[in-house]
Design a protein around this ligand. Structure first.
Ligand code: ZN
Ligand code: ZN
Length: 251
């Protein structure tokens, strides 16, 4: 097998995205960061998983899309960039190096993200989620990747959970207002804003793994604060954002 070729885009396949490289790095981690051959069962399994993945629609895929040869080449592109590798480097790209760096600096978080992506692809939970705007805002380089971000947002927008959370706050005598800045949509917008608020899930999927959402994991947050929480990684907790808002007001 040739180990010197670069990204698969030359074969007419779309470039590897962050989520895919996370899975490749996690495979390498379990093989002492050594490049693998295309007949390795783990490479074949990853190839199947990536072919399932929803990041690249069928019309942009070439006939060799994420086949075992391509996956094996990717493992070499990444492995030869590892700081412990002393031989000649193959042609890796910037995103490969960024994901590898993230694995070296934050191994637990990246491993958990890989696990959550793998489980989500195998179970089908990640396959049909709508795209979210925030994907492009962070670039594709947040630890959780695009797919877990989509799952996170879908979970927060679940109307049943949102209604249950609002009801639980009202039942305990609380106001339907932002937990960070106290913004109350009804107070500002009148009846049109009554009962409106967004839900934020305070535990990212790459930290919790695929667990059932508890109401206690949801915070009521206004649209502005919600956007600021998700704006960059790592996401702020509501109380971090509250501190930030308070500091800003003192200036
Ligand atoms: Zn707010
Ligand atoms: Zn959120």
């Amino acid at each position: 097998m040739a180990i010197t070729s670069g990204t698969s885009s030359r074969q007419g396949n779309p470039a590897w995205q962050w989520d895919e490289i996370v899975l490749a790095c996690d495979l390498l981690r379990t093989h002492a960061w050594r490049g693998l051959r295309s007949d390795d069962p783990d490479v074949q399994e990853l190839s199947k998983l990536l072919q399932l993945g929803p990041l690249h629609p069928p019309e942009v895929r070439g006939g060799t899309f994420r086949n075992p040869d391509g996956v094996a080449r990717k493992t070499w592109d990444i492995a030869t960039r590892h700081p412990d590798y002393t031989g000649r480097q193959t042609k890796g790209n910037k995103l490969d190096r960024m994901v590898l760096q993230a694995f070296i600096e934050r191994p637990d978080e990246m491993q958990a993200a890989a696990e959550a992506i793998r489980i989500g692809l195998k179970s089908g939970a990640l396959l049909d989620l709508p795209l979210v705007e925030e994907e492009d805002e962070h670039g594709a380089s947040a630890p959780e990747g695009r797919l877990l971000l989509r799952q996170h947002v879908a979970r927060e927008r679940n109307p049943k959970l949102r209604a249950a959370k609002i009801k639980s706050v009202q039942d305990s005598g609380g106001a339907v207002a932002c937990e960070v800045c106290s913004f109350d949509f009804e107070r500002t917008y009148g009846p049109r804003g009554a009962g409106y608020i967004e839900c934020h899930h305070i535990v990212p999927l790459h930290v919790s793994g695929p667990v059932k959402t508890k109401l206690a994991d949801l915070a009521l947050i206004c649209s502005n604060c919600h956007r600021m929480i998700h704006r960059s990684s790592p996401w702020l907790t509501p109380s971090d954002l509250r501190d930030l808002v308070n500091v800003k007001h003192r200036i």
